[in-house]
Structure formats: structure tokens, C-alpha cells
Write a protein that binds this ligand. Structure first.
Ligand code: ADP
Ligand code: MG
Length: 327
């Protein structure tokens, strides 16, 4: 039997699974689930696991592991426009190492305090090093940013710069441990991604669709396209690249990493032409950098074009998947 991709596997075995409850507003298939618990707002829930050697280098600083375990979940709630509140932490440890745990705690604590998140429970077991965080938050009814609302003619935007974390991983894997300057910036983007919560909140009522970029722009924009039943044209030259990335690997490789490299945790979102003026106002009030990179089309599929409008072939690696090939 052919290997199932990560997404085929989820579709085949887990969506749907369990009882059909009428209080589930949004189930499997978005950055977080939405549940109607009878309050004025909906609950937003997500869980993400970081496994040593897969999601972080085995010798990553403990502080970075604690930080990132929460950051990747905050990023999923940011992509929903939700406000985070409560976390559960399931930690699997090969042995008790008090120094490592103190580091993990301080990284987690820093980000939890910054975003008003309380750790309210969890589980501690012996096993291969892994940290799984379940994060709960809230979003006003009808205001959540979903993956399925993009329409032809909408402009596609991304926050921040792309490709930095993938370059940071390469530098780390090549043995850089006391980097300075641009190399240090790229490695910091890998270990300490910035979840875009304020931007996600500001996009409520403005963006037609949103996702966070965890597996690379091409793959994650692909999820918006699939869920919305649309296609897109992205202009390669418009991809926001940091100076540090371009200096480290040149413009062409930087663009490839921006498209296919994972771990940036920026937001990718779509905005209808009627909302673009309001978007400009909202992001300038926030001081966030967002860049228009293309347009949603009716024809399915992702098309990449260069500055002259010529179609460019997508990078061979379509984004990170844990199992099998691209769906
Ligand atoms: P993200 O990258 O935003 O964390 P994923 O790509 O990991 O999202 O997952 C895609 C969707 O599938 C999400 O809605 C997630 O909740 C759901 N999902 C992933 N794994 C499982 C599983 N084992 N059981 C049920 N739902 C799952
Ligand atoms: Mg996500």
C-alpha cells in the first residue's frame, strides 16, 4: 500500500472521529478548533507537539524548547484571531535534569507572561524528549479567521520575513553555536519565533482567510487554497526577505527558503480589495510589517511568477510533512 501523507492520514482516520456534537463550530482542518460552550465568545483550542530531533535540534537550548513549545501554539491561535488564556503541558523526559528543566521553564514562562497564559495542568512521563502543549483561548462569535474564506480577487499578504528559520536551522546544523550578526539573527528566528497575536487580533473582520506558516509558505498557503476552493498567483520578487537571509545565502536561495522552508510562524492571510484601506490603517497602528505577495484566483493551484510575469517552477520541496509525499 502506498504511504499515506500526513494530511491523508488525518482525513482517513481522524476526521471525523467520535460523537457528532452540535456545539463544535469548527473541527479538524483549521489552525484551531472552535467550540460553542454557551458563553458570549467561542472557545478556540489547539495542540502541537515538539519532538527532539524532529521539531528542534537535540542540543537546542532548553530555554528555546520551552519557549517554542508555547510559541507554536500561540501562533495557531494568532492565525484564528483568538486571545490565548490557558495551557496544558504534556512533557516526556528521558531523565530528570534540573538544569534543563529550569531552562525550559524560563523560556515557557517568558512567553506565557507576555501573552497572559496560565499553565493549568498537564502530564509528565519518562520517554523520548517531547513537549506537547494544548492551548485554549477565546474569540468573538463570527470573528474567527479561518482557512476557508479566501475568494478570487483577494490580495495575499504575509507578515514579517520568510525563510529565516530554515536558514537558521542550516547554520545550527553546520555547527554554528556562537554566531554573531546576521547568522545569530537567523538562528534566533529558529529557536525563538514570534507568534503574531496582535496582528491576528487586528485582522478580525478584515482578513477573509488566514493560516500560520509552520511548514513553508507554499504548503500553508496551499491549505488556504484547498479549504477555500480557489487558486493563487504569487510574485516571487515580492516575498519579504531579511537582509540577514539574503546576505547568508543570496537572493535566489533566499526565495526558495521563503517558499518552502518551515518554522517561520508568520501569518499568511487574504484580504478583499474593499478591506485593503482598512488593513493599511490597522497594521500601521500596530507597527507590524505585512507584505502583499499575490492574488487569489478562481483557477485551482498555486502559480509562481517572476518580476516579468513569467511562470516559475515551484521549489522541489513543497513544505514539511511528517509522513509520505505531498497530497
Ligand atoms: P497546524 O500546522 O496548524 O498545527 P496541522 O497541519 O498539524 O495544523 O493539522 C491540520 C489539521 O488536522 C488541524 O486542524 C489539526 O487539528 C488536525 N489534526 C492533526 N492531527 C490530528 C489527529 N491525530 N487527530 C485529529 N485531528 C488532527
Ligand atoms: Mg497552524
Amino acid at each position: 500500500m502506498a504511504t499515506l501523507s500526513e494530511f491523508q492520514l488525518i482525513r482517513q482516520f481522524f476526521a471525523p472521529l467520535g460523537a457528532a456534537r452540535t456545539d463544535v463550530v469548527l473541527g479538524v482542518g483549521d489552525d484551531a478548533a472552535l467550540v460553542d460552550h454557551g458563553g458570549t465568545e467561542l472557545l478556540a483550542l489547539c495542540v502541537d507537539t515538539l519532538t527532539a530531533g524532529v521539531h528542534f535540534p537535540t542540543d537546542a537550548p532548553a530555554d528555546a524548547v520551552g519557549y517554542k513549545a508555547l510559541a507554536v501554539n500561540l501562533s495557531d491561535l494568532a492565525a484564528m484571531g483568538a486571545q490565548p488564556a490557558w495551557a496544558l503541558l504534556a512533557l516526556s523526559l528521558p531523565a530528570v535534569d534540573a538544569d534543563w528543566l529550569a531552562g525550559f521553564k524560563s523560556g515557557f514562562q517568558r512567553l506565557a507572561e507576555a501573552h497572559g497564559v496560565a499553565l493549568i495542568g498537564g502530564d509528565t512521563t519518562r520517554g523520548a524528549l517531547a513537549a506537547s502543549v494544548t492551548l485554549l483561548g477565546a474569540v468573538e462569535r463570527g470573528a474567527a479567521l479561518r482557512r476557508d474564506g479566501a475568494r478570487p480577487g483577494d490580495r495575499i499578504y504575509v507578515s514579517g520575513t520568510l525563510g529565516d528559520a530554515a536558514a537558521g536551522l542550516r547554520l545550527w546544523q553546520s555547527g554554528q553555536r556562537s554566531a554573531t550578526g546576521g547568522a545569530a539573527e537567523l538562528i534566533a528566528r529558529l529557536h525563538y519565533p514570534t507568534p503574531r497575536l496582535a496582528l491576528g487580533r487586528a485582522l478580525r473582520g478584515l482578513a477573509s482567510a488566514a493560516i500560520d506558516i509552520s511548514d513553508g509558505l507554499a504548503a500553508d498557503l496551499g491549505h488556504i487554497l484547498e479549504r477555500s476552493g480557489v487558486g493563487a498567483t504569487v510574485e516571487i520578487e515580492r516575498l519579504p526577505l531579511s537582509q540577514a537571509l539574503v546576505s547568508a545565502c543570496g537572493r535566489s536561495e533566499a526565495s526558495a527558503l521563503a517558499l518552502a522552508g518551515g518554522d517561520d510562524y508568520e501569518l499568511c492571510f487574504t484580504v478583499s480589495p474593499a478591506q485593503e484601506a482598512a488593513l493599511t490603517e490597522a497594521v500601521s497602528a500596530l507597527g507590524s510589517a505585512v507584505t502583499a505577495i499575490g492574488t487569489i484566483d478562481a483557477a485551482p493551484g498555486l502559480r509562481l511568477i517572476d518580476a516579468a510575469g513569467r511562470q516559475v517552477r515551484p521549489p522541489a520541496q513543497g513544505g514539511y510533512q511528517h509522513f509520505g509525499e505531498a497530497p
